[in-house]
Design a protein around this ligand. Sequence first.
Ligand code: PAD
Ligand code: ZN
Ligand code: ZN
Length: 375
Amino acid sequence: MATAGKVIKCKAAIAWGPNKLSVEEIEVAPPKAHEVRVKILATGICRSDDHVLSGVISNFQFPAILGHEAAGVIESVGEGVTKLKPGDKVIPLFVPQCGKCVCCKNPDSNLCLKNDIGRYAGLMADGTSRFTCKGQKVYNFIHTSTFTEYTVLDEIAVAKIDDDAPLDKISPIGCGFSTGYGSAVNVAKVKPGSTCVVFGLGGVGLSAAIGCKVAGASRIIGVDINKDKFQKAKDIGVTECISPKDCDKPIQEVLTEMTGGGVDYSFECIGNVDIMVAALQCTHPGFGTCVIVGLAPSTHKFSFDPMLLLTGRTLKGALFGGWKSKDCVPKIVSDYMAKKFDLSELVTHTLPLDKINEGFELLKDGKSIRTVLKF
Ligand code: PAD
Ligand code: ZN
Ligand code: ZN
């Protein structure tokens, strides 16, 4: 392409610090060795972007380009990149897959040790940045940075997907959908006929419910304090919805009674440590499994009676639904194209990049599931 090897000037949303987000012109340097430059076509706003922007996640470097749930096309590739080429359709991977580390080599783990989650160094693998704005270095976000027309990605953080994939529709596969869905089918391994409860009916929780349904759960209970979320949840297969605000006793007790002793699987898709404990408590003794999916503020901790585990419950957690990202994302895209599940219910709003702040407001006000920014 005509732009290969050159600096590209384009628009991006820069997070200058907590709650300071503005759209600016930036410069995106060409990809170095084992990197690719990608034109982003669609990117969703996830609660995790909001956690960082609102400052509840500590040790984060600013200024930065947030965004991690996206789909795009490769514009150019750096030296040594052999399996990707300009024109390839791709999904950026916020949990990379280097294929070489001890976790990548372990068939039961997807936590590539090259991930930047929690550490937030915000730089490419070689320790430098490809973004500048007004002469200032701009950090990246968990190997992705997608609130920009162009981004540069390490080769280990890119999945090449089907040439026919509809890029405007599949951005939720980059985070929310795959995270929730995988939490049910991979992490919990929901069995047919089981009873599940999903706490939090946002993009991640609804996707967990889709996973429970695809796995054959017979009862899927949705819990949310925002009752506006209930209709959509029912549309995608949640069988009953409850708001803790309508209950005169703790939600874990209500759920235990409703299910005759506890659920088979529970999913915490909020990021609230008190709900995490409730999610463990409402699982059935002897065999119940609780999966932590939500990202809690950095300073929050939880504690619980260890007897809950001694009595045969399992507590688990995973990033990105436990999927080995580079291997599995192309398969999830193929499953979408084969109509194994629908993503349209997850995308409630579409906005141009210039209106990104409006997109964050919709999420904070509980009015959107996913707002997708289209370029
Ligand atoms: P969201 O804000 O769209 O959905 C959260 C839902 O929880 C909303 O519908 C709220 O109304 C509801 N809620 C809030 N507080 C309560 C409460 N006390 N009781 C019941 N319901 C409540 O977020 P999301 O779906 O985009 O993300 C959910 C979480 O998952 C969030 O913490 C995010 O950071 C995390 C996440 N984790 C991963 C991962 O890899 N593990 C990936 C993506 C997102
Ligand atoms: Zn996310
Ligand atoms: Zn690895």
